[in-house]
Design a protein around this ligand. Structure first.
Ligand SMILES: Nc1ncnc2c1ncn2[C@@H]1O[C@H](COP(=O)(O)OP(=O)(O)OP(=O)(O)O)[C@@H](O)[C@H]1O
Length: 677
């Protein structure tokens, strides 16, 4: 998309900036004029501008009046009646490229019934999936990708699975890990090729509900949402890009009785969508997505982490003037919406992937050994010849094989020992990283209580680490600690820094040891490979074959054992890591609470009234804290208090009370009282 305004990335992944802010791209497509819809009132002036001819309200000077009333509209792109491939190239192709890089992208078609939405989206869907598969095939590692798709229709507020239309209406649940809604029971099909996808799309399109309406003989009566997920495995990470292609139902005035319910649902969801667009474009902090299933599902697309393009469709004839005008206004409002785009890379816990690579290496070696034992490509005659040859040299051969076998077993044992040592060291290093993190958490906890930052001092006899370079007090700036607490805090901080220095020294030692073990392992593996080379090309039969099979089996069992140990250790480590992350988050929340409360106090002391919007936000925050005391069943941070109330008279009284309690500003009523005050 051309209109991105990249803001300093606040998150990096492997050096790649992953968060950018981007404006919603808005394009307008004008479909060809039909003979039954009056004169042309839409004129495409350039690839960014069109003119809507308005009716003259002064009958005497029609031409002049028209010139005054005609309205110019400017968008990111305007596509005229002849446009075809350029719609895809401009709107959708960049999103497909992004999907392959792990971003989410969406295109939705908007417009009145018969304006050309389905025509556009059918083309975009087919082209996008072809493009996707071609790019994957041309990539360096096509096998690392997996493409999955699902296709749904929202009809009369019911969700239908277009790839499995016989299933009943599906439920929409708010249970995704990111809080995003999830369609329960939706089929997600693994797409194998562009051909397979075309088949799936055709099947889905046949299942869509379409009826003739005044403006369109084949009018889609529901909103169709195609979702394509592209996962890529890369260095222990799973990168996941998503592409949503959405064909909205077109609004129309109530006509036939049978159409009314449908029309009401379509209009309701489009109204909800319109409200979201208005709220987002007005910069509102709270956008109500909950009014319809459509907006709940489009939450990510409109106000989330998705690079989004909207293609508004208009018919050029005078018969559609009102709907065209309203579509053009809609599109203008939408063009100021900005989304925060984020790359979706789920990091497989490092330790888990490390263990897996150890196990994979082992299995590869076992497979190589096994391959030595059978060679199906050889004919029976060939094998017999080899057997004869071996029989002739039986005594030396047997002796040689025996020596070889012993050497192979010995190197394998050595490898296992070294690999186990590597795993232990990795685990130790991860534990040390957690210890370091814990010390940092302790230091920031005390920093917060001290209300001060630390400047560098030199630790005698130890290297200055990045973290340590912040050490040294800058003096208290309004700390609320008593003398005794201050002394206690000083000691705690001192201890934490000393611990941190010790942890860093230990990390250094463990890293050096790991490098040594790795070098040794490399040598042993080379030796093992050489020995395997010496194995006769074919071990045809007899006891030797059986002994080698047993060796392989023992190795396999060893590998399995190591794998189980690795997985168990990885899980234990992951639990510790999460625990620590929770503690960090709670520390952040505690800090936020304190900042809010102090700011409230300062406002009150200065006699500055709280703006109503802020008061509302504050109330919401209070509610959230209250709610979390019921849902959070951890003992890490359950706030024993709530923030001060907000009504001004109450506020000043309460704040005075808090002000007198210097230990912590938040000492309000305990849990279980009125949450909202
Ligand atoms: N750009 C275009 N070029 C040629 N024909 C078009 C174009 N756009 C739309 N049409 C034709 O106009 C008719 C209506 O288009 P389409 O069904 O895509 O409208 P729609 O907006 O999806 O309507 P509804 O909301 O009722 O489903 C169809 O016959 C379609 O083939």
């Amino acid at each position: 998309m051309t209109q991105s305004s990249v803001v300093p990335p606040d998150k990096h992944h492997a050096g790649v900036p992953t968060v950018t802010e981007e404006k919603l791209m808005v394009a307008v497509r004008v479909r060809p004029l039909r003979t039954d819809e009056g004169p042309r009132i839409i004129h495409v002036v350039s690839d960014k501008m069109l003119v809507l001819e308005e009716e003259a309200d002064n009958k005497r000077d029609v031409l002049r009046q028209r010139r005054i009333n005609d309205k110019n509209y400017i968008y990111d792109r305007v596509f005229g009646e002849e446009s075809t491939q350029e719609v895809y190239d401009t709107v959708c192709a960049p999103l497909v490229g992004d999907t392959l890089k792990g971003f989410a992208g969406a295109v939705f078609a908007y417009g009145a019934t018969g304006a050309g939405k389905t025509h556009t989206m059918t083309g975009l869907m087919t082209r996008a999936l072809n493009h996707l598969f071609t790019s994957i095939a041309e990539s360096e590692g096509p096998s690392a990708y997996e493409v999955k798709m699902s296709y749904i229709e929202i009809y009369n507020e019911n969700i239908r699975d277009l790839l499995n239309p016989s299933a009943g209406p599906l439920e929409l649940r708010d249970e995704g890990s990111s809080g995003a809604p999830v369609v329960a029971g939706l089929s997600e099909v693994c797409a194998k090729s562009a051909g397979h996808v075309a088949e799936l799309l055709a099947r889905g399109d046949r299942a869509r509900i379409a009826e003739p309406t005044q403006a369109n003989q084949h009018s889609s009566r529901g909103h169709a949402l195609l979702s394509v997920t592209v996962s890529k495995q890369e260095g222990g990470c799973t990168q996941r890009g998503r592409l949503f292609l959405i064909d909205l139902a077109g609004s129309e005035r109530a006509g036939l009785r049978a159409r009314r319910l449908e029309g009401a649902h379509i209009n309701r969801s489009l109204l909800a969508l319109g409200n979201c667009i208005m709220a987002l474009s007005g910069g509102a902090r709270y956008v109500n997505y909950r009014d319809s299933k459509l907006t709940r599902l489009l939450r990510e697309v409109l106000g989330g982490r998705c690079r989004t393009a909207m293609v508004a469709h208009v018919a050029p004839g005078a018969a559609h003037r009102d709907t065209t005008r309203s579509t053009l206004h809609y599109a203008q409002r939408a063009s100021v919406i900005t989304n925060r785009i984020e790359r979706d890379v789920v990091e497989t816990p490092m330790q888990l992937s490390q263990y897996r690579s150890v196990i994979n290496d082992l299995r590869e070696e076992i497979a190589r050994l096994k391959l030595k034992m059978k060679d199906s490509s050889r004919s029976r005659e060939d094998l017999r010849a080899v057997e004869d040859e071996m029989d002739e040299k039986q005594p030396e051969n047997a002796e040689h094989l025996k020596t070889l076998r012993e050497a192979i077993v010995s190197t394998f044992k050595q490898q296992m020992r070294l690999r186990r040592r590597l795993m232990e060291l990795d685990s130790h290093l991860l534990g040390l990283a957690l210890d370091a993190e814990r010390q940092h958490a302790a230091i920031s906890h005390w920093e917060a209580r001290f209300n001060r930052l630390y400047k560098p001092i030199n630790l005698s006899g130890s290297r200055l680490s990045t973290q340590q370079s912040y050490r040294g007090g800058t003096g208290s700036t309004g700390s609320s600690l008593s003398g005794g607490e201050r002394a206690e805090a000083e000691v705690a901080v001192e201890q934490a820094w000393a611990e941190l220095a010790a942890v860093e020294r230990e990390q250094e030692t463990a890293r050096r040891e790991r490098e040594r073990v790795e070098r040794h392992l490399h040598q042993v593996r080379l030796r093992g490979a050489q020995l395997e080379q010496e194995l006769p090309a074919h071990i045809s039969s007899g006891p030797e074959r059986e002994v080698l099979a047993l060796v392989c089996r023992v190795h396999e069992l060893e590998a399995d054992k190591l794998a189980l140990q690795g997985e168990r250790a990885a899980r234990a480590h992951e639990l510790r890591r999460r625990d620590l992350a929770l503690q960090r988050r709670d520390a952040q929340r505690r800090l936020s609470d304190e900042i809010i409360t102090r700011q409230r106090r300062a406002l009150d002391e200065l006699g500055v009234g709280m703006p109503s919007e802020l008061a509302q936000l504050y109330e919401l925050y209070q509610q959230e804290i209250h709610a979390s005391t019921y849902t959070e069943n951890n003992d890490i941070y359950t706030p024993p208090y709530r923030l001060p109330p907000i009504s001004s008279s109450q506020a000043s009284a309460t704040l005075k009370r808090y002000a007198s309690d210097d230990s912590l500003v938040m000492a309000a009523p305990r849990r279980g009282g009125d949450a909202t005050t």
